[in-house]
Design a protein around this ligand. Structure first.
Ligand code: SIN
Length: 493
């Protein structure tokens, strides 16, 4: 990989833009400022990317604001066709997009290909919705006038996307926003701006008009977000990331009463009842825990296993964990790549060390891997005290914490003993028992005998400290629409 010129980098034979994209033009950051993208797998330099200043970000908002009226007036069919073209381009560029994601986050290439498929589908899904937006028609209960509702775009939207699924978390927001008729300013995570830069290029190629999609990577997101959120031209913010940052954004959203969608942290419980099919539960556990190296807000953090099956479940979990191949995801066949950066590696190590100091037993793993990459050994811990930080914080790493319980009630109480409520998982072969448990588990998404809940056609989102709103599914587009009600007098005839 080399910087082929000032505005693009060559990865897997494709020119990936490294500039800002504002008003339909790629351009450098103010004063030619840049920041570096570094491979977490090797510590090697990947690219130098334009670093948007606050003034660049406000230019991007100005561009989104100017484009809003005409984009909001386009027909649903026109927006649908552009999104469908973007979906086709994602499919055509599948290998390159996956290579870019793996270059900047080190993730196993097979998982990056999977994200391209998953992420691309959001554009197909929202293209199918864009042409079918409708309001409602009725009459007042007294029958003296008619009630007409229409759907209108919220307006210019700030989309703040995370590094852990740099394509799909973008397409899930961008697809819904564009389908609804909103223009956008995208702020990608500083660790992974290149995947989004490539997506923005593909959106432009698909026919998105100038100003509708703007892209402002930055190494210093707090001042940028603060300035954008304080500007009354912005009408909406959608954020995926930590609960701490989400709370700060909600505080910034209050003065302008911004529509806000928040996909925040999780502390996923994974319940294994004593009648569970253990083969299925183990498959689900490996997926829920080790997909993306555990760096997912829907990852299983806490395995809560009933005593009758605990010994077998734990022994087999350890065996499967020890068999995982850990390494640079650019090499085919890896199961677990690096953590995203040195800070996250230190954080995971501290959580594990703290649990050990408080009496936890390490059944496998427990340490970072020596070398230039930010790798952590896939780990299984038992005997973790319930008050240890690792049982209460989102781990975002390949560490499974297993506890043993004696009843459904105890399992459900443990599952709910967290401020978070994003994803939960439950294994039982008794449908009634499982369904009863789902009604008592406080989570926005529950996988029953499934280790993966993420799905384009399903509403993704959490309760409690895990967020506000839903993305994807039938509800995702509503986050970018206002309902306008018209009271229509009946003329005397
Ligand atoms: C996440 O944001 O970590 C979850 C991504 C997904 O599975 O959709």
């Amino acid at each position: 990989m080399t910087n082929s010129n000032n505005s693009s980098v060559d990865i897997a034979g494709a020119a990936i833009p490294t500039g800002l994209f504002i008003d339909g033009t790629w351009r450098p950051g103010e004063n030619d400022a840049t920041f570096d993208v570094i491979s977490p797998a090797s510590g090697a330099f990947v690219a130098s990317v334009a670093d948007a200043s606050v003034s660049d970000a406000l230019d991007a908002l100005g561009s989104a604001d100017r484009a809003q009226a005409s984009w909001g007036r386009t027909s649903g069919r026109e927006r649908a066709e552009i999104l469908r073209a973007a979906f086709d381009l994602i499919r055509q560029n599948r290998d390159v997009i996956a290579a870019v994601t793996t270059a900047e986050m080190g993730r196993p290439i097979e998982q990056s290909l999977g994200e391209v498929d998953y992420g691309g589908e959001f554009f197909r899904w929202f293209s199918e919705q864009a042409a079918h937006l409708s309001g409602d028609f009725g009459s007042s209960p007294r029958g003296d006038f008619d009630i007409l509702t229409t759907k209108v775009p919220v307006g210019p939207s700030l989309l703040i996307t995370p590094w852990n699924f740099p394509l799909a978390m973008g397409t899930r927001k961008i697809g819904a926003a564009l389908a609804a008729g909103c223009t956008v300013v995208i702020k990608p995570a500083a660790q992974t701006p290149l995947t989004m830069a490539l997506l923005v290029r593909l959106l432009a190629e698909a026919g998105v008009p100038a100003g509708v999609v703007n892209f402002v990577p930055t190494s210093d997101s707090a001042p940028q977000s603060e300035a954008l959120m304080a500007d009354s031209r912005l009408r909406k913010v959608s954020f995926t990331g930590s609960t701490g940052v989400g709370i700060r954004l909600l505080q910034q959203a209050a003065p302008n009463v911004l529509r806000s969608s928040m996909e925040l942290g999780g502390n996923g419980p994974f319940l294994v009842f004593d009648d569970a099919n253990l083969d299925a539960a183990l498959d689900g556990a490996m997926l829920a825990k080790f997909r993306n190296g555990g760096q997912s807000c829907v990852a299983a953090n806490r395995f809560i296993v009933q005593r009758a099956v605990a010994d077998e479940f734990i022994a087999r979990l350890v065996e499967r964990t020890q068999a995982l191949a850990v390494g640079d995801g650019a090499t085919p066949g890896m199961d677990v790549g690096p953590l995203i950066d040195a800070r996250q590696l230190a954080r995971v190590q501290n959580l594990v060390d703290d649990a050990i100091a408080q009496g936890a037993t390490v059944l496998t793993g427990g340490k970072s891997v020596p070398g230039n990459g930010h790798f952590f050994e896939p780990t299984v811990l038992v005997d973790v005290p319930p008050h240890a930080d690792i049982a209460n914080e989102e781990i975002f790493g390949p560490v499974a914490v297993v506890s043993v319980v004696d009843s459904d009630d105890e399992a459900i109480a443990a599952a709910n003993d967290t401020p978070y409520g994003l994803a939960a998982f439950l294994y039982s072969d008794d449908v009634t028992r499982a369904f009863n448990a789902t009604s008592r588990i406080e989570a926005g998404m529950i996988g029953v005998n499934r280790g993966l809940v993420s799905e384009v056609g399903a509403p993704f989102g959490g309760v409690k400290a895990s967020g506000l709103g839903r993305e994807g599914g039938k509800l995702g587009i509503e986050e970018y629409l206002e309902t306008k009600y018209i009271a229509l007098a009946r003329l005397e005839r």
